[in-house]
Design a protein around this ligand. Structure first.
Ligand code: GDP
Length: 296
């Protein structure tokens, strides 16, 4: 079995025991181990490269003081950089606006948008005592609209009807008007996804963003997508001002590297993690805890 970052680093500390200073040579050894561990955790290659470059710069400038050994200093640089990249603590949804606060859900088909919309609705109803309306702007898949209706019912929220003959922007405007008139606190807007990034999809979601002016634009991404997650993350973060990420299917991913990749590429905090198919399978994402998971 592959060894995790903590194991690799502690082994390295041992081999560096006799050394008294940080040199280009021992930094190289350490960086090799860090690189292997991150790749094994399924962190995307360009993200690994950037990470290594930052650690190297800090390590070569670091002084070894007091009772610390060069190995210990290097390990602490790696840990700090990991925490800084992942973000710190937790970041819940920002709803600080005149109601209804609009949350736009973006992502590829199958990423878990509809499931996550319902999970979020439940979270907001139960944990934050909000009156929540959901709507689907997925006019290409009537089944997706029906799916949202069903899961919204399970979440204890209200669902706004839409159908395949309407334009997504008209659906959005009608749902917003209904939410405003009926004093909803939050409007969650589920959108169409495709199997891959395409121009029409991006143009449509940009238009929705323009109409709705959401306070939260969440990028929903499947943690199991691994290396592919970064291309998707890049495309969505270039098209939309993302305010947060929901990392789904974390229950099936033991390596945890996608979080680091997506965080780095989008620059947006990971706000929630999907941890099961069930409607209560959503957790507020804890970056510190997750950094510990990547470290092993
Ligand atoms: P959408 O096309 O983006 O709306 O994706 P769906 O919400 O329909 O989800 C696609 C599949 O992923 C469904 O089978 C969901 O049950 C499943 N799914 C979504 N989130 C999670 C999660 O956090 N964990 C697991 N195990 N499955 C999930």
């Amino acid at each position: 079995m592959a060894s995790n970052l903590t194991e690799r680093l502690s082994r390295l500390i041992k081999t560096m025991r006799g050394q008294t200073r940080i040199s280009e040579d021992n930094v190289q050894d350490m960086l090799r181990e860090v690189r292997m561990a991150l790749l094994e955790a399924d962190v995307a290659l360009p993200v690994v490269r950037d990470f290594i470059a930052r650690v190297k710069e800090k390590a070569l400038g670091a002084e070894v003081v007091g009772s610390l050994t060069p190995g210990q200093v290097l390990v602490s640089i790696v840990q700090k950089e990991l925490a800084a990249t992942m973000g710190e603590g937790v970041a819940d949804l920002n709803l600080a606006t005149q109601p209804p606060a609009v949350v736009l859900m973006a992502g590829l088909q199958g990423a878990g948008k509809t499931t996550t919309t319902a999970k979020l609705a439940k979270h907001l109803v139960e944990k934050r005592r909000k009156k929540v309306l959901t709507v689907s702007a997925d006019v290409y898949r009537p089944a997706a609209i029906e799916q949202l209706k069903t899961v919204t019912g399970q979440a204890g929220a209200e669902w706004f009807p839409s159908d395949g003959t309407q334009k997504p922007r008209d659906i959005a405007a009608a749902a917003y008007e209904y939410a405003r008139k009926h004093y909803f606190d939050v409007l969650l807007v589920d959108t169409a996804g495709r199997l891959a990034i395409d121009e029409a999809l991006m143009a449509e979601i940009k238009e929705l963003h323009g109409v709705l002016k959401p306070i939260e634009t969440l990028f929903v991404v499947d943690a199991m997508q691994g290396q592919d997650a970064i291309n998707t993350a890049k495309a969505f973060s270039e098209a939309l001002p993302l305010t947060g990420v929901v990392l789904t299917k974390l229950d099936g991913d033991s390596r945890g590297g996608a979080a680091l990749s997506v965080r780095q590429i989008t620059g947006a905090p990971i706000k929630f993690a999907g941890v099961s198919e069930k409607i209560d399978g959503l957790e507020v994402f804890d970056a510190d805890r997750h950094a510990g998971r990547v470290l092993g």
